[in-house]
Design a protein around this ligand. Sequence first.
Ligand code: MLC
Ligand code: AMP
Length: 525
Amino acid sequence: MKKLLTAAGPQALPDQNMFAVLRAGFSSDLDKPAIETDEGLFYSWRDLERGTAMMANLLASLELPAGARVAVQVEKSVETVMLYLATLRAGYVFLPLNTAYKSAEIEYFLQDSRPAVVVCSAAHFGWVSKAAFKCGTTHVFSLNDDRTGSWLERAAHCVDQHQVVVRQADDLAAILYTSGTTGRSKGAMLTHGNLASNARVLQDYWCWRAGDVLIHALPIFHVHGLFVALHGALLNGSKMIWLSKFDAKAVLRHLRQATVFMGVPTLYVRLLAEPGLTLEAARHMRLFISGSAPLLMETFVDWQERTGHTILERYGMSETVMLTSNPCEFDTRHPQHGAERRGGTVGFPLPGVSLRVRDDQGNNCAADEIGAIEVKGPNVFCGYWNMPEKTAEEFTEDGFFKTGDVGKIDQDGYVTIVGRSKDLIISGGYNVYPAEIESCINELPGVAESAVVGVPHPDFGEVGVALLVPKAGVVLSASEVLAALRSRLANFKLPKHVEVTAELPRNAMGKVQKNLLRERFKSMF
Ligand code: MLC
Ligand code: AMP
Protein backbone atom coordinates (compact mmCIF):
# COMPACT_ATOMS: atom_id res chain seq x y z
CA MET A 1 0.00 0.00 0.00
CA LYS A 2 1.28 3.45 -0.87
CA LYS A 3 1.86 6.09 1.78
CA LEU A 4 -1.16 8.28 2.46
CA LEU A 5 0.33 11.66 3.00
CA THR A 6 3.64 13.16 2.02
CA ALA A 7 5.05 16.25 3.63
CA ALA A 8 5.56 18.99 1.07
CA GLY A 9 9.21 18.85 0.01
CA PRO A 10 11.18 21.58 -1.72
CA GLN A 11 10.50 20.10 -5.18
CA ALA A 12 6.81 19.66 -4.47
CA LEU A 13 4.60 20.91 -7.30
CA PRO A 14 1.38 22.63 -6.28
CA ASP A 15 -0.36 21.31 -9.38
CA GLN A 16 -0.34 17.76 -7.98
CA ASN A 17 -3.28 18.91 -5.91
CA MET A 18 -6.39 17.82 -7.84
CA PHE A 19 -7.98 21.20 -7.18
CA ALA A 20 -5.07 22.94 -8.93
CA VAL A 21 -5.35 20.47 -11.83
CA LEU A 22 -9.03 21.31 -12.26
CA ARG A 23 -8.55 25.04 -11.75
CA ALA A 24 -6.04 25.12 -14.58
CA GLY A 25 -8.98 24.16 -16.84
CA PHE A 26 -11.37 26.86 -15.58
CA SER A 27 -12.43 29.36 -18.22
CA SER A 28 -10.01 32.28 -18.48
CA ASP A 29 -13.03 34.57 -18.49
CA LEU A 30 -13.93 34.17 -14.83
CA ASP A 31 -17.23 35.99 -15.26
CA LYS A 32 -18.62 33.41 -17.70
CA PRO A 33 -21.24 31.02 -16.28
CA ALA A 34 -19.72 27.76 -15.00
CA ILE A 35 -22.94 26.26 -13.65
CA GLU A 36 -26.59 26.97 -14.41
CA THR A 37 -29.02 25.31 -12.04
CA ASP A 38 -32.55 24.03 -12.59
CA GLU A 39 -33.68 26.82 -10.25
CA GLY A 40 -32.33 29.35 -12.76
CA LEU A 41 -29.25 30.34 -10.73
CA PHE A 42 -25.94 31.06 -12.42
CA TYR A 43 -22.54 30.48 -10.81
CA SER A 44 -19.53 31.98 -12.58
CA TRP A 45 -16.01 30.56 -12.57
CA ARG A 46 -15.18 33.41 -10.21
CA ASP A 47 -17.93 32.21 -7.84
CA LEU A 48 -16.32 28.75 -7.81
CA GLU A 49 -12.89 30.26 -7.22
CA ARG A 50 -14.08 32.52 -4.38
CA GLY A 51 -16.48 30.06 -2.79
CA THR A 52 -13.89 27.30 -2.63
CA ALA A 53 -11.30 29.75 -1.26
CA MET A 54 -13.64 30.81 1.55
CA MET A 55 -14.52 27.22 2.41
CA ALA A 56 -10.86 26.14 2.26
CA ASN A 57 -10.03 28.99 4.66
CA LEU A 58 -12.79 27.79 6.97
CA LEU A 59 -11.30 24.28 6.94
CA ALA A 60 -7.83 25.73 7.57
CA SER A 61 -9.14 27.71 10.56
CA LEU A 62 -10.27 24.48 12.19
CA GLU A 63 -6.61 23.39 12.50
CA LEU A 64 -7.35 19.81 11.53
CA PRO A 65 -4.68 17.13 11.64
CA ALA A 66 -2.95 16.19 8.38
CA GLY A 67 -5.00 13.67 6.41
CA ALA A 68 -8.25 14.65 8.21
CA ARG A 69 -11.42 13.29 6.63
CA VAL A 70 -14.37 15.57 5.80
CA ALA A 71 -17.47 13.36 5.68
CA VAL A 72 -20.43 14.81 3.83
CA GLN A 73 -24.03 13.59 3.64
CA VAL A 74 -26.01 16.38 1.99
CA GLU A 75 -28.36 16.82 -0.95
CA LYS A 76 -26.89 17.68 -4.34
CA SER A 77 -26.13 21.39 -4.70
CA VAL A 78 -23.48 23.66 -6.17
CA GLU A 79 -22.41 24.48 -2.62
CA THR A 80 -21.70 20.76 -2.11
CA VAL A 81 -19.45 20.88 -5.18
CA MET A 82 -17.64 23.84 -3.62
CA LEU A 83 -17.26 21.91 -0.37
CA TYR A 84 -15.72 19.00 -2.29
CA LEU A 85 -13.33 21.28 -4.18
CA ALA A 86 -12.47 23.23 -1.01
CA THR A 87 -11.56 19.99 0.76
CA LEU A 88 -9.11 19.15 -2.02
CA ARG A 89 -7.86 22.73 -2.08
CA ALA A 90 -7.18 22.69 1.67
CA GLY A 91 -5.40 19.33 1.36
CA TYR A 92 -7.92 17.22 3.29
CA VAL A 93 -9.75 14.06 2.35
CA PHE A 94 -13.31 14.14 0.99
CA LEU A 95 -15.68 11.38 2.09
CA PRO A 96 -19.08 11.56 0.34
CA LEU A 97 -22.04 9.57 1.70
CA ASN A 98 -25.22 8.68 -0.17
CA THR A 99 -28.18 10.67 1.17
CA ALA A 100 -30.23 7.47 1.22
CA TYR A 101 -28.10 5.94 4.00
CA LYS A 102 -29.93 5.44 7.30
CA SER A 103 -28.53 5.91 10.80
CA ALA A 104 -27.06 2.41 11.26
CA GLU A 105 -25.23 2.72 7.93
CA ILE A 106 -23.94 6.24 8.73
CA GLU A 107 -22.78 5.13 12.19
CA TYR A 108 -20.68 2.41 10.59
CA PHE A 109 -19.04 4.80 8.09
CA LEU A 110 -18.26 7.37 10.77
CA GLN A 111 -16.91 4.76 13.20
CA ASP A 112 -14.72 3.30 10.49
CA SER A 113 -13.38 6.52 8.97
CA ARG A 114 -13.27 8.75 12.10
CA PRO A 115 -13.76 12.04 10.24
CA ALA A 116 -12.63 15.30 11.86
CA VAL A 117 -15.45 17.19 10.15
CA VAL A 118 -18.97 16.03 9.33
CA VAL A 119 -21.37 18.06 7.19
CA CYS A 120 -25.03 17.00 6.99
CA SER A 121 -28.43 18.51 6.27
CA ALA A 122 -30.08 20.48 9.10
CA ALA A 123 -32.95 17.98 9.02
CA HIS A 124 -30.58 15.17 10.05
CA PHE A 125 -28.34 17.23 12.32
CA GLY A 126 -29.63 15.65 15.56
CA TRP A 127 -28.85 12.02 14.86
CA VAL A 128 -25.84 12.59 12.60
CA SER A 129 -24.07 14.88 15.10
CA LYS A 130 -24.75 12.41 17.92
CA ALA A 131 -23.16 9.61 15.89
CA ALA A 132 -20.27 11.89 14.85
CA PHE A 133 -19.39 13.11 18.35
CA LYS A 134 -19.55 9.50 19.59
CA CYS A 135 -16.70 8.60 17.26
CA GLY A 136 -14.53 11.61 18.03
CA THR A 137 -15.55 14.11 15.34
CA THR A 138 -14.83 17.64 16.57
CA HIS A 139 -16.80 19.71 14.04
CA VAL A 140 -20.31 19.11 12.72
CA PHE A 141 -21.91 21.60 10.33
CA SER A 142 -25.19 21.76 8.46
CA LEU A 143 -25.57 22.44 4.74
CA ASN A 144 -28.94 22.49 2.99
CA ASP A 145 -29.82 22.46 -0.70
CA ASP A 146 -31.53 25.88 -0.28
CA ARG A 147 -28.10 27.45 0.37
CA THR A 148 -28.55 27.72 4.15
CA GLY A 149 -26.76 26.05 7.07
CA SER A 150 -23.98 26.68 9.55
CA TRP A 151 -21.31 25.62 7.00
CA LEU A 152 -22.17 28.54 4.70
CA GLU A 153 -22.74 30.97 7.60
CA ARG A 154 -19.22 30.27 8.88
CA ALA A 155 -17.62 30.31 5.41
CA ALA A 156 -19.20 33.70 4.68
CA HIS A 157 -16.87 35.22 7.29
CA CYS A 158 -13.72 33.83 5.64
CA VAL A 159 -11.38 35.58 3.23
CA ASP A 160 -12.00 34.81 -0.45
CA GLN A 161 -8.38 34.20 -1.37
CA HIS A 162 -6.55 31.01 -0.55
CA GLN A 163 -3.22 29.50 -1.53
CA VAL A 164 -3.81 25.93 -2.75
CA VAL A 165 -2.18 23.50 -0.31
CA VAL A 166 0.64 21.48 -1.87
CA ARG A 167 -0.19 17.85 -2.37
CA GLN A 168 1.72 15.07 -4.11
CA ALA A 169 0.27 12.50 -6.49
CA ASP A 170 0.36 9.81 -3.76
CA ASP A 171 -1.52 11.89 -1.20
CA LEU A 172 -5.02 10.84 -0.32
CA ALA A 173 -7.82 12.94 -1.89
CA ALA A 174 -11.02 10.96 -1.25
CA ILE A 175 -12.45 7.86 0.37
CA LEU A 176 -15.43 6.19 -1.30
CA TYR A 177 -17.25 3.48 0.57
CA THR A 178 -18.27 0.46 -1.46
CA SER A 179 -20.22 -2.44 -0.02
CA GLY A 180 -18.49 -5.77 0.22
CA THR A 181 -19.32 -9.39 -0.47
CA THR A 182 -19.06 -10.09 3.26
CA GLY A 183 -21.54 -7.29 3.96
CA ARG A 184 -18.92 -4.97 5.50
CA SER A 185 -18.38 -1.79 3.50
CA LYS A 186 -14.83 -0.88 2.52
CA GLY A 187 -13.45 2.61 2.05
CA ALA A 188 -11.61 2.81 -1.27
CA MET A 189 -8.76 5.32 -0.91
CA LEU A 190 -8.15 7.46 -4.00
CA THR A 191 -5.19 9.79 -4.35
CA HIS A 192 -4.81 13.14 -6.08
CA GLY A 193 -2.79 11.26 -8.70
CA ASN A 194 -5.55 8.70 -9.29
CA LEU A 195 -8.12 11.41 -9.91
CA ALA A 196 -5.88 13.66 -12.00
CA SER A 197 -4.57 10.93 -14.29
CA ASN A 198 -8.07 9.64 -15.02
CA ALA A 199 -9.58 13.07 -15.59
CA ARG A 200 -6.81 14.00 -18.04
CA VAL A 201 -7.11 10.73 -19.95
CA LEU A 202 -10.89 11.11 -20.26
CA GLN A 203 -10.63 14.72 -21.38
CA ASP A 204 -8.51 13.56 -24.28
CA TYR A 205 -10.27 10.25 -25.01
CA TRP A 206 -13.77 11.74 -25.04
CA CYS A 207 -12.52 14.66 -27.13
CA TRP A 208 -13.79 17.37 -24.76
CA ARG A 209 -13.66 20.63 -26.74
CA ALA A 210 -14.33 24.34 -26.45
CA GLY A 211 -18.06 25.01 -26.34
CA ASP A 212 -19.03 21.67 -24.77
CA VAL A 213 -21.87 21.94 -22.24
CA LEU A 214 -22.62 19.06 -19.87
CA ILE A 215 -26.03 18.18 -18.46
CA HIS A 216 -25.20 16.99 -14.94
CA ALA A 217 -28.11 14.86 -13.72
CA LEU A 218 -26.35 12.29 -11.51
CA PRO A 219 -25.92 12.16 -7.74
CA ILE A 220 -22.55 13.50 -6.52
CA PHE A 221 -21.69 10.97 -3.86
CA HIS A 222 -20.29 8.32 -6.23
CA VAL A 223 -17.59 8.08 -8.87
CA HIS A 224 -19.87 8.70 -11.86
CA GLY A 225 -21.36 12.05 -10.83
CA LEU A 226 -18.58 13.30 -8.56
CA PHE A 227 -15.52 12.45 -10.61
CA VAL A 228 -16.31 11.42 -14.18
CA ALA A 229 -18.96 14.05 -14.93
CA LEU A 230 -17.83 16.90 -12.68
CA HIS A 231 -14.11 16.64 -13.37
CA GLY A 232 -14.75 16.35 -17.10
CA ALA A 233 -16.60 19.65 -17.27
CA LEU A 234 -14.38 21.55 -14.82
CA LEU A 235 -11.13 20.43 -16.44
CA ASN A 236 -12.45 21.52 -19.81
CA GLY A 237 -13.78 24.84 -18.57
CA SER A 238 -17.20 23.70 -19.78
CA LYS A 239 -20.50 24.99 -18.48
CA MET A 240 -22.70 22.54 -16.61
CA ILE A 241 -26.49 22.51 -16.64
CA TRP A 242 -27.07 21.35 -13.11
CA LEU A 243 -30.12 19.22 -12.27
CA SER A 244 -30.51 18.60 -8.55
CA LYS A 245 -32.17 15.29 -9.37
CA PHE A 246 -32.63 13.29 -12.56
CA ASP A 247 -35.84 14.24 -14.31
CA ALA A 248 -36.33 12.98 -17.87
CA LYS A 249 -38.45 15.96 -18.94
CA ALA A 250 -35.91 18.44 -17.57
CA VAL A 251 -33.09 16.67 -19.43
CA LEU A 252 -35.11 16.84 -22.66
CA ARG A 253 -35.75 20.55 -22.12
CA HIS A 254 -32.01 21.20 -21.87
CA LEU A 255 -30.75 18.97 -24.72
CA ARG A 256 -30.83 21.88 -27.18
CA GLN A 257 -28.38 23.91 -25.07
CA ALA A 258 -26.03 21.01 -24.27
CA THR A 259 -23.52 18.76 -26.01
CA VAL A 260 -22.62 16.03 -23.47
CA PHE A 261 -24.79 13.83 -21.23
CA MET A 262 -23.73 11.07 -18.85
CA GLY A 263 -26.06 8.57 -17.24
CA VAL A 264 -26.57 5.12 -15.83
CA PRO A 265 -28.68 2.85 -18.10
CA THR A 266 -31.87 3.55 -16.08
CA LEU A 267 -31.65 7.20 -17.14
CA TYR A 268 -31.52 6.17 -20.82
CA VAL A 269 -34.48 3.80 -20.35
CA ARG A 270 -36.50 6.60 -18.74
CA LEU A 271 -35.55 9.11 -21.46
CA LEU A 272 -36.63 6.63 -24.13
CA ALA A 273 -40.07 6.51 -22.50
CA GLU A 274 -40.48 10.23 -23.32
CA PRO A 275 -42.20 10.92 -26.67
CA GLY A 276 -40.23 14.19 -26.84
CA LEU A 277 -36.98 12.27 -27.38
CA THR A 278 -36.52 12.72 -31.13
CA LEU A 279 -33.79 13.28 -33.71
CA GLU A 280 -34.57 16.98 -33.58
CA ALA A 281 -34.39 17.16 -29.76
CA ALA A 282 -30.93 15.51 -29.76
CA ARG A 283 -29.54 17.34 -32.79
CA HIS A 284 -27.37 19.73 -30.77
CA MET A 285 -25.79 16.92 -28.73
CA ARG A 286 -22.31 15.56 -29.38
CA LEU A 287 -21.95 12.69 -26.93
CA PHE A 288 -24.12 10.41 -24.80
CA ILE A 289 -22.12 8.31 -22.31
CA SER A 290 -23.41 5.37 -20.25
CA GLY A 291 -21.85 3.40 -17.43
CA SER A 292 -22.04 2.04 -13.85
CA ALA A 293 -24.22 -0.89 -14.97
CA PRO A 294 -24.70 -2.98 -18.13
CA LEU A 295 -26.48 -1.16 -20.95
CA LEU A 296 -28.93 -3.51 -22.64
CA MET A 297 -28.47 -3.93 -26.40
CA GLU A 298 -32.13 -3.03 -26.79
CA THR A 299 -31.53 0.38 -25.16
CA PHE A 300 -28.42 0.92 -27.29
CA VAL A 301 -30.32 0.19 -30.53
CA ASP A 302 -33.49 2.10 -29.56
CA TRP A 303 -31.36 5.12 -28.71
CA GLN A 304 -29.67 5.04 -32.12
CA GLU A 305 -33.03 4.85 -33.87
CA ARG A 306 -34.69 7.60 -31.87
CA THR A 307 -31.85 10.13 -31.63
CA GLY A 308 -29.38 9.23 -34.36
CA HIS A 309 -26.67 9.04 -31.66
CA THR A 310 -24.67 5.97 -30.66
CA ILE A 311 -24.30 5.74 -26.88
CA LEU A 312 -20.67 5.45 -25.79
CA GLU A 313 -20.45 2.79 -23.07
CA ARG A 314 -17.57 2.81 -20.61
CA TYR A 315 -16.66 0.75 -17.53
CA GLY A 316 -15.25 1.75 -14.16
CA MET A 317 -15.33 1.23 -10.42
CA SER A 318 -15.02 3.21 -7.19
CA GLU A 319 -11.58 1.62 -6.72
CA THR A 320 -10.29 2.55 -10.15
CA VAL A 321 -12.37 5.40 -11.57
CA MET A 322 -12.63 4.70 -15.34
CA LEU A 323 -10.98 1.67 -16.89
CA THR A 324 -12.26 1.21 -20.42
CA SER A 325 -14.24 3.15 -22.98
CA ASN A 326 -15.67 2.81 -26.42
CA PRO A 327 -14.08 5.24 -28.85
CA CYS A 328 -15.29 8.79 -29.05
CA GLU A 329 -14.93 9.69 -32.71
CA PHE A 330 -12.32 9.60 -35.40
CA ASP A 331 -9.11 10.94 -33.92
CA THR A 332 -5.69 10.02 -35.30
CA ARG A 333 -4.03 10.41 -31.89
CA HIS A 334 -5.66 7.18 -30.73
CA PRO A 335 -5.51 4.20 -33.07
CA GLN A 336 -8.82 2.89 -31.71
CA HIS A 337 -10.57 6.13 -32.53
CA GLY A 338 -11.21 5.10 -36.10
CA ALA A 339 -13.14 2.17 -34.65
CA GLU A 340 -16.86 1.97 -34.03
CA ARG A 341 -18.72 2.17 -30.73
CA ARG A 342 -19.91 -1.36 -30.20
CA GLY A 343 -23.05 -2.04 -28.19
CA GLY A 344 -22.72 -4.74 -25.55
CA THR A 345 -19.03 -3.96 -25.11
CA VAL A 346 -17.28 -1.46 -22.84
CA GLY A 347 -14.65 -0.64 -25.45
CA PHE A 348 -10.89 -0.56 -25.01
CA PRO A 349 -8.66 -0.13 -21.96
CA LEU A 350 -8.00 3.60 -21.56
CA PRO A 351 -4.48 4.85 -22.29
CA GLY A 352 -2.26 3.96 -19.31
CA VAL A 353 -4.59 1.19 -18.08
CA SER A 354 -3.39 -2.41 -18.33
CA LEU A 355 -6.33 -4.78 -18.41
CA ARG A 356 -6.05 -8.56 -18.57
CA VAL A 357 -8.46 -11.47 -18.41
CA ARG A 358 -7.23 -14.54 -16.54
CA ASP A 359 -8.45 -18.07 -16.00
CA ASP A 360 -8.70 -19.92 -12.66
CA GLN A 361 -5.06 -21.01 -12.93
CA GLY A 362 -3.87 -17.42 -13.34
CA ASN A 363 -3.07 -17.74 -17.07
CA ASN A 364 -3.98 -15.02 -19.54
CA CYS A 365 -7.06 -15.99 -21.54
CA ALA A 366 -6.99 -16.17 -25.32
CA ALA A 367 -9.18 -13.79 -27.37
CA ASP A 368 -12.90 -14.32 -26.63
CA GLU A 369 -12.16 -16.64 -23.70
CA ILE A 370 -13.98 -15.69 -20.50
CA GLY A 371 -12.11 -15.03 -17.27
CA ALA A 372 -11.51 -12.66 -14.36
CA ILE A 373 -10.77 -9.02 -15.19
CA GLU A 374 -7.65 -7.59 -13.53
CA VAL A 375 -6.33 -4.05 -13.92
CA LYS A 376 -3.33 -1.89 -13.22
CA GLY A 377 -2.66 1.79 -13.85
CA PRO A 378 -2.17 5.25 -12.35
CA ASN A 379 -5.93 5.40 -11.76
CA VAL A 380 -6.03 2.32 -9.47
CA PHE A 381 -6.65 3.15 -5.79
CA CYS A 382 -4.05 2.72 -3.08
CA GLY A 383 -6.01 0.40 -0.80
CA TYR A 384 -9.00 0.00 1.49
CA TRP A 385 -9.09 2.27 4.52
CA ASN A 386 -7.90 0.41 7.62
CA MET A 387 -8.03 -2.95 5.82
CA PRO A 388 -4.47 -3.92 4.85
CA GLU A 389 -5.29 -7.66 4.70
CA LYS A 390 -8.35 -7.11 2.51
CA THR A 391 -6.27 -4.80 0.28
CA ALA A 392 -3.55 -7.43 -0.08
CA GLU A 393 -6.14 -10.08 -0.96
CA GLU A 394 -7.56 -7.95 -3.77
CA PHE A 395 -4.21 -7.44 -5.54
CA THR A 396 -2.20 -10.07 -7.41
CA GLU A 397 1.49 -10.55 -6.68
CA ASP A 398 2.39 -8.49 -9.73
CA GLY A 399 0.23 -5.58 -8.63
CA PHE A 400 -2.99 -6.05 -10.62
CA PHE A 401 -6.30 -5.25 -8.89
CA LYS A 402 -8.90 -8.03 -9.04
CA THR A 403 -12.07 -6.25 -10.15
CA GLY A 404 -14.47 -9.11 -9.36
CA ASP A 405 -15.90 -8.65 -12.86
CA VAL A 406 -15.89 -11.46 -15.38
CA GLY A 407 -15.30 -10.71 -19.03
CA LYS A 408 -13.46 -11.25 -22.28
CA ILE A 409 -11.43 -9.37 -24.85
CA ASP A 410 -12.23 -10.03 -28.49
CA GLN A 411 -9.89 -10.20 -31.51
CA ASP A 412 -10.27 -6.45 -32.09
CA GLY A 413 -9.46 -5.59 -28.48
CA TYR A 414 -13.00 -4.72 -27.32
CA VAL A 415 -13.71 -5.68 -23.71
CA THR A 416 -17.07 -7.21 -22.81
CA ILE A 417 -18.29 -7.76 -19.26
CA VAL A 418 -20.23 -11.00 -19.09
CA GLY A 419 -20.87 -11.26 -15.36
CA ARG A 420 -19.42 -10.92 -11.89
CA SER A 421 -17.61 -13.27 -9.58
CA LYS A 422 -18.72 -11.03 -6.70
CA ASP A 423 -22.29 -11.60 -5.53
CA LEU A 424 -23.56 -8.14 -6.44
CA ILE A 425 -26.81 -6.60 -7.65
CA ILE A 426 -26.56 -3.32 -9.60
CA SER A 427 -29.87 -1.54 -9.25
CA GLY A 428 -30.34 1.74 -11.12
CA GLY A 429 -26.56 2.17 -11.04
CA TYR A 430 -26.26 1.61 -7.28
CA ASN A 431 -24.48 -1.46 -5.91
CA VAL A 432 -26.36 -3.71 -3.52
CA TYR A 433 -24.62 -6.63 -1.91
CA PRO A 434 -26.97 -9.54 -1.07
CA ALA A 435 -24.78 -10.45 1.94
CA GLU A 436 -25.50 -7.09 3.56
CA ILE A 437 -29.27 -7.39 3.04
CA GLU A 438 -29.29 -11.02 4.21
CA SER A 439 -27.44 -10.19 7.42
CA CYS A 440 -29.86 -7.33 8.07
CA ILE A 441 -32.85 -9.68 7.55
CA ASN A 442 -31.26 -12.41 9.68
CA GLU A 443 -30.93 -9.97 12.59
CA LEU A 444 -34.70 -9.38 12.66
CA PRO A 445 -36.51 -11.21 15.48
CA GLY A 446 -38.07 -14.48 14.37
CA VAL A 447 -35.97 -14.92 11.21
CA ALA A 448 -34.02 -18.18 10.90
CA GLU A 449 -32.31 -17.51 7.56
CA SER A 450 -32.67 -15.67 4.28
CA ALA A 451 -31.42 -15.41 0.70
CA VAL A 452 -31.37 -12.37 -1.57
CA VAL A 453 -30.94 -12.60 -5.34
CA GLY A 454 -30.90 -10.09 -8.19
CA VAL A 455 -33.49 -10.41 -10.95
CA PRO A 456 -34.08 -8.39 -14.15
CA HIS A 457 -36.15 -5.21 -13.87
CA PRO A 458 -37.31 -3.02 -16.77
CA ASP A 459 -36.45 0.30 -15.06
CA PHE A 460 -33.61 -0.40 -12.63
CA GLY A 461 -31.93 -3.13 -14.73
CA GLU A 462 -31.74 -5.43 -11.74
CA VAL A 463 -33.49 -5.46 -8.33
CA GLY A 464 -33.28 -7.64 -5.23
CA VAL A 465 -35.78 -10.32 -4.25
CA ALA A 466 -35.62 -11.70 -0.70
CA LEU A 467 -36.75 -15.06 0.63
CA LEU A 468 -36.79 -15.71 4.33
CA VAL A 469 -37.47 -18.64 6.61
CA PRO A 470 -39.05 -17.91 10.01
CA LYS A 471 -37.84 -19.62 13.18
CA ALA A 472 -39.95 -22.61 14.25
CA GLY A 473 -43.37 -21.54 15.52
CA VAL A 474 -42.96 -17.89 14.43
CA VAL A 475 -45.38 -16.31 11.96
CA LEU A 476 -43.87 -13.48 9.90
CA SER A 477 -45.39 -11.35 7.18
CA ALA A 478 -43.49 -9.96 4.20
CA SER A 479 -44.83 -6.44 4.84
CA GLU A 480 -43.62 -6.48 8.47
CA VAL A 481 -40.17 -7.54 7.34
CA LEU A 482 -40.04 -4.86 4.65
CA ALA A 483 -41.15 -2.19 7.14
CA ALA A 484 -38.38 -3.25 9.53
CA LEU A 485 -35.78 -3.16 6.75
CA ARG A 486 -36.95 0.28 5.63
CA SER A 487 -35.75 1.85 8.88
CA ARG A 488 -32.34 0.15 8.68
CA LEU A 489 -31.31 0.25 5.03
CA ALA A 490 -30.98 2.89 2.31
CA ASN A 491 -34.15 2.76 0.18
CA PHE A 492 -32.41 1.61 -3.03
CA LYS A 493 -31.19 -1.51 -1.14
CA LEU A 494 -34.71 -2.64 -0.18
CA PRO A 495 -35.76 -5.83 -1.92
CA LYS A 496 -38.56 -5.10 -4.38
CA HIS A 497 -40.23 -8.37 -3.37
CA VAL A 498 -40.11 -10.27 -0.07
CA GLU A 499 -41.46 -13.77 0.37
CA VAL A 500 -41.77 -15.92 3.48
CA THR A 501 -41.05 -19.59 2.79
CA ALA A 502 -40.68 -22.83 4.73
CA GLU A 503 -37.21 -23.59 3.42
CA LEU A 504 -34.54 -22.43 0.97
CA PRO A 505 -33.46 -24.72 -1.89
CA ARG A 506 -30.08 -26.26 -1.07
CA ASN A 507 -27.66 -28.49 -2.92
CA ALA A 508 -26.04 -31.66 -1.54
CA MET A 509 -23.34 -29.56 0.13
CA GLY A 510 -26.02 -27.56 1.95
CA LYS A 511 -25.36 -24.39 -0.08
CA VAL A 512 -28.37 -22.24 -1.01
CA GLN A 513 -29.05 -22.65 -4.73
CA LYS A 514 -29.37 -19.02 -5.70
CA ASN A 515 -29.48 -19.92 -9.39
CA LEU A 516 -32.81 -21.71 -8.81
CA LEU A 517 -34.17 -18.65 -7.05
CA ARG A 518 -33.00 -16.36 -9.86
CA GLU A 519 -34.69 -18.66 -12.38
CA ARG A 520 -37.92 -18.72 -10.37
CA PHE A 521 -38.19 -14.92 -10.10
CA LYS A 522 -36.63 -13.91 -13.42
CA SER A 523 -39.92 -12.77 -14.98
CA MET A 524 -41.42 -11.30 -11.85
CA PHE A 525 -41.06 -7.64 -12.99
C1 MLC B 1 -34.57 4.87 -6.26
N1 MLC B 1 -35.21 3.72 -5.93
C2 MLC B 1 -34.45 2.69 -6.30
C3 MLC B 1 -33.29 3.25 -6.86
N2 MLC B 1 -33.40 4.59 -6.84
N3 MLC B 1 -34.63 1.37 -6.19
C4 MLC B 1 -33.66 0.57 -6.67
N4 MLC B 1 -32.53 1.04 -7.24
C5 MLC B 1 -32.32 2.36 -7.34
N5 MLC B 1 -31.21 2.84 -7.91
C6 MLC B 1 -36.54 3.56 -5.33
C7 MLC B 1 -36.74 4.38 -4.10
O1 MLC B 1 -36.38 3.61 -3.00
C8 MLC B 1 -38.22 4.64 -4.10
O2 MLC B 1 -38.90 3.52 -3.63
C9 MLC B 1 -38.53 4.76 -5.57
O3 MLC B 1 -37.48 4.06 -6.26
C10 MLC B 1 -38.54 6.20 -6.04
O4 MLC B 1 -37.45 6.87 -5.45
P1 MLC B 1 -36.83 8.18 -6.09
O5 MLC B 1 -35.83 8.74 -5.18
O6 MLC B 1 -37.93 9.07 -6.58
O7 MLC B 1 -36.07 7.55 -7.31
P2 MLC B 1 -35.51 8.27 -8.51
O8 MLC B 1 -35.24 9.69 -8.23
O9 MLC B 1 -36.39 7.97 -9.66
O10 MLC B 1 -34.08 7.58 -8.66
C11 MLC B 1 -33.79 6.64 -9.60
C12 MLC B 1 -32.45 6.98 -10.21
C13 MLC B 1 -31.40 7.02 -9.08
C14 MLC B 1 -32.12 5.93 -11.24
C15 MLC B 1 -32.51 8.37 -10.88
O11 MLC B 1 -31.34 5.75 -8.45
C16 MLC B 1 -30.03 7.41 -9.56
O12 MLC B 1 -29.73 8.59 -9.69
N6 MLC B 1 -29.17 6.43 -9.87
C17 MLC B 1 -27.80 6.70 -10.32
C18 MLC B 1 -26.84 6.03 -9.41
C19 MLC B 1 -25.38 6.39 -9.72
O13 MLC B 1 -25.05 7.54 -9.95
N7 MLC B 1 -24.53 5.39 -9.75
C20 MLC B 1 -23.10 5.57 -10.06
C21 MLC B 1 -22.28 4.78 -9.08
S1 MLC B 1 -20.55 4.94 -9.50
P3 MLC B 1 -40.12 3.64 -2.61
O14 MLC B 1 -40.47 2.23 -2.31
O15 MLC B 1 -39.56 4.38 -1.43
O16 MLC B 1 -41.18 4.39 -3.35
C22 MLC B 1 -20.16 3.46 -10.28
C23 MLC B 1 -18.84 3.40 -10.99
C24 MLC B 1 -19.05 3.65 -12.42
O17 MLC B 1 -20.92 2.58 -10.33
O18 MLC B 1 -18.61 2.86 -13.27
O19 MLC B 1 -19.67 4.67 -12.71
P1 AMP C 1 -18.98 0.66 -7.86
O1 AMP C 1 -18.40 -0.23 -6.83
O2 AMP C 1 -20.24 1.31 -7.43
O3 AMP C 1 -17.98 1.59 -8.32
O4 AMP C 1 -19.40 -0.26 -9.08
C1 AMP C 1 -18.47 -0.81 -9.93
C2 AMP C 1 -19.05 -1.96 -10.69
O5 AMP C 1 -20.06 -1.50 -11.58
C3 AMP C 1 -18.05 -2.63 -11.57
O6 AMP C 1 -17.21 -3.52 -10.87
C4 AMP C 1 -18.96 -3.33 -12.57
O7 AMP C 1 -19.44 -4.54 -12.02
C5 AMP C 1 -20.10 -2.35 -12.70
N1 AMP C 1 -20.03 -1.56 -13.93
C6 AMP C 1 -19.55 -0.32 -14.12
N2 AMP C 1 -19.67 0.06 -15.41
C7 AMP C 1 -20.22 -0.98 -16.07
C8 AMP C 1 -20.62 -1.23 -17.42
N3 AMP C 1 -20.50 -0.32 -18.38
N4 AMP C 1 -21.16 -2.44 -17.72
C9 AMP C 1 -21.31 -3.38 -16.78
N5 AMP C 1 -20.98 -3.22 -15.48
C10 AMP C 1 -20.45 -2.03 -15.13
